[in-house]
Design a protein around this ligand. Structure first.
Ligand code: NAD
Length: 323
């Protein structure tokens, strides 16, 4: 039986990953400090023999070391996440995303365990290409604009991961997640789909930031996990970086209209200037689409879930939550 440690295991992606691993016969230990994650996300797994939840912090070196013993793969997902959260907690975010990662990767190296890093499309920054491929340049904004600290800390995590692979021969894989969505994702920290869905279901205005013409791709978490697991099983993936997501895109205003139609909501759609939603001088990108050539040629990954199917899953989840 293979053994996994999932940091951030009670979070949105982490809880789906734990569920998938348990279902596939892995023994799983999940660590989470429940800062943005929820115990309810993994509560249903607690009755399974192969699953163990540890409420704790990745900053606790001894705890992380203990949990990493005898593990085959460490999936490192714990991080400060979400534009809103990063802007509100800049210091804690940087410490978690840099020092926390250092603690987890050191424990993986000590135990000669494969290390899988959850990185982000944010590392491409303000690059204006329409499709990003893994070796593209990163163009980051000024250090006075808080949102770039997230991109910068995740880029540092990538450098650290690559250095451990080169110098310490640690088996590593880096995933750059583009917008990943599905049931259990919360809208509290700025994620757009759960925010629109809850606003629509409550009949409140659906609030679109900026002019709404910025385009994004929204991948279903189940497809993303399928891609991750294929790569973890593939020798050729070791030491590499992979974009993971979907190429189907939508403008944010179209997304708001689709959510309104699918929920049959009477909500209005309201444009909010970026300065009112975030900090003064907030910067956003027009496009953010992954070039999926590398993951496709390596493991044949292709996302299966359309945007409408994904939205229906999220809407059903929030409808059931409110019962
Ligand atoms: P999430 O907030 O649901 O998950 C992060 C989890 O980490 C939470 O459960 C949180 O409680 C936990 N955590 C935070 N700090 C911790 C600490 N110090 N110790 C222990 N646990 C801690 O968000 P998510 O969307 O599931 O993100 C998971 C990973 O994927 C993150 O690394 C994130 O940067 C990355 N990512 C996600 C997306 C996306 O669209 N969802 C996009 C790009 C990257």
């Amino acid at each position: 039986m293979k053994k996994a440690l999932v940091t951030g295991g009670a979070g949105f992606i982490g809880s789906h990953l734990c569920e998938h691993l348990v279902r596939s016969g892995w023994q799983v230990c999940a660590i989470d400090n429940l800062s943005t994650g929820r115990y309810e996300n993994i509560e249903h797994l607690e009755s399974k023999k192969q699953f163990r939840f540890v409420k704790g912090d990745i900053m606790d070196e001894k705890l992380v070391d203990r949990c990493a013993k005898g593990i085959d793969v460490v999936f490192h997902l714990a991080a400060a996440v979400g534009v809103r959260y990063i802007i509100d907690h800049p210091l804690e975010s940087m410490i978690t995303n840099v020092h926390g990662t250092e603690i987890v990767i050191r424990a993986a190296a000590k135990n000669k365990t494969m290390f899988v890093l959850a990185s982000t499309s944010e590392v491409y920054g303000k690059n204006e290409k329409v499709f990003f491929s893994e070796d593209d340049d990163r163009i980051e904004g000024s250090t006075t604009i808080s949102r770039w600290s997230y991109a910068c800390t995740k880029a540092l995590d990538e450098f650290m991961t690559l250095a451990y692979h080169r110098e310490k021969k640690l088996k590593t894989i880096i995933f750059r997640f583009f917008n990943t969505c599905g049931p259990r994702q919360t809208g509290r920290y700025g994620m757009v789909i759960p925010r629109f869905v809850t606003q629509a279901l409550e009949g409140k205005p659906i609030t679109v930031y900026g002019d709404g013409r910025q385009r994004r791709c929204f991948a279903y978490v189940g497809d993303v996990i399928d891609g991750m697991m294929r790569l973890v099983a593939c020798k050729d993936a070791v030491g590499k970086i992979f974009n993971i997501g979907t190429e189907e895109d939508s403008s944010i205003i179209e997304l708001a209209k689709r959510v309104k139609a699918l929920t049959k909501s009477s909500s209005t759609i309201k444009l909010i200037p970026y300065e009112d939603a975030f900090d003064k001088g907030f910067e956003d990108m027009r496009y953010r689409r992954p070039d999926l050539t590398r993951i496709f040629t390596t493991v044949g990954y292709e996302p299966k879930t359309s945007l409408d199917e994904l939205l229906k899953k999220v809407i059903d989840y929030y409808r059931n939550e409110s019962k």
